[in-house]
Design a protein around this ligand. Sequence first.
Ligand SMILES: [Cu+2]
Length: 330
Amino acid sequence: MRAPRIGLLSTGVLVSGCSGSQSALNPYGAPAIHVEHLIVGIVVLSGVIWLLVMVMLALALRRGRRAETEGQTFEGRLTMAVSAAVALTVAIIAGMTIASFYTTRSIGVPQSAAVTITVRAQQWWWQVIYAGSDGTPTFQTANEIHIPVGQDVRLQLESADVVHSFWVPSLAGKQDLVPGRSNDLLLRAEKPGIYRGQCAEFCGLQHSHMAVMVIAEAPSDYARWITSQRADAMMPADPDAASGQAAFLAKPCAACHTIRGTQATGTTGPDLTHIGSRQTIAAGLLETTRGSLAAWIADPQTLKPGNNMPMVPLTSIELQNISAYMDSLK
Ligand SMILES: [Cu+2]
C-alpha cells in the first residue's frame, strides 16, 4: 500500500472516484477498513445469491416446460424448495444485520482516543478547533485536519448553520453535523498521507466546494505542527507584507477574520493566523500560493459564487501587499 497524495491542481483535478485518497474501497484507516470489509462482504454475498437465483430460475423454466408436455406436477417438492428459500433468506438477512451491528460497534469512538478535535461546519468551509489537554481551545485552522498516524482521533462534529456531513472515505465512516448538537466520529490513519474528503450532505450553493484534507503524519511531525500552529502569527519582516498587514487591519477583513497576535479578531471567516501554511484555500478550491491568495481576495464571488466573503474594494498595491502578507503567515 502506497501512501496516497492528492494530485492537486498540477493536473487540474483532485483525485476522486474509486481509487486514490478519496474512496471507501481504498481504505487507509482501521474504521474505513471495517466499513470496506462490510461493503465487500455484502456485495459478494448478494452477487452469489443473485447468481443462484438466476440458475434456479433457468432450471425451473426448463423443467416447467417439460412438465407441461408430460403432464407432471411438483407440488411437494415446490413447497419444500420455497420453505428452504425462505429459511435461507431469513438466515442471510440476520447474518448481514449482525455483521453491520459489529461494524458499527467497531467504528465507535473509544474512550481512550488520543486526540480530540472539534470540527464545526459552516457554509461552505470547515472550522477546525484544537484544544489543549485541559479542553480549552488553543488554536484554530480551516479545511485541513492534521492527525498523528496510527492513533485514534475523536472528532467532535458540530454545525454553525445547516446540516452538513463529514466524509473522508479512506479513513472513516460518514457522520452528519447537525446544528445544536454534537456528534462523534472515530478518525484514524495507519499510513502518513493526505486524504481528501468532502461535505456529503447538500448544504446550499457551494456544497460541492466544501472539501476537507486530512493530513496524517508521524507523531513527531504532528507535534512539530502543533507547536508551530500554537504560536501567534509572525510579524512581517518584508516591507510589502508589513504594509499588507496595516491594510488588512484597516479594512473590513479584520472584522471577519482572526490573526492571533494582531487586532484582527473576527470570527465569521476562517482563522488566518497560519493561512500561508495551509495546502488549499476556500475549502479545497485553490492551492495556496501568493497568486491564488490574490485572486481570491480580489474577487471571491467569481471564484466561489454565493460564499460568505464579500469583495472588498482594494487598490492594486493594497491587494499585492495583503497577498504577500497572507502568504507570509506560515
Ligand atoms: Cu455540504
